[in-house]
Design a protein. Sequence first.
Length: 194
Amino acid sequence: MPTLNILFYKAFTKVSTVDTHTLAPFRPSRYPCHRPTPETPMHPIEKRLAELGVTLPDAPAPAANYVPFVQVGTLVHISGQISQNEAGLIKGRLGEDLSFEQGAEAARRCAISLLAQLKKAVGGDWNRLDRAVKLTGFVNSTPDFTDQPKVINGASDFLVAVLGDSGRHARSAVSAASLPLGVAVEIEAIFALK
């Protein structure tokens, strides 16, 4: 029996006297529970917005008794978005106190708001988007101003730049003697979901 105790003692002392300096260093990446999680790849729409230097604002709240969007089947109808930027409303009348370029930029700002509403409608999941279907653009303009389509191109060009071929859409561009709050442009849109 003493021999068994001596063997046990020798085995125990060998384990307890291991030189810790000879052990391999701890590397968390070698253990599954410590692997770094890969970054989620940026969606192409978000990537394109970033390349264009555009950050979508929070979806603007309705200004009256209506909802910002309604989904019917696979179509999302987005209420008219008025021209505004970080400084506030973009006001004016084409052919009177706004240039064509200023009008096109106002239309582009409307398109940014449309995408903000769309992002909210799809719950932030751009994979649900199939395509843009139609824009209807209203331009606050004088009776002799006839370049409404060129003004609304500011929105159309932006959607194609961000969405690619899925951003191509049917469209109407019409003159308005006046728009809410004196803004330069208002645009509503229809998008199709998958």
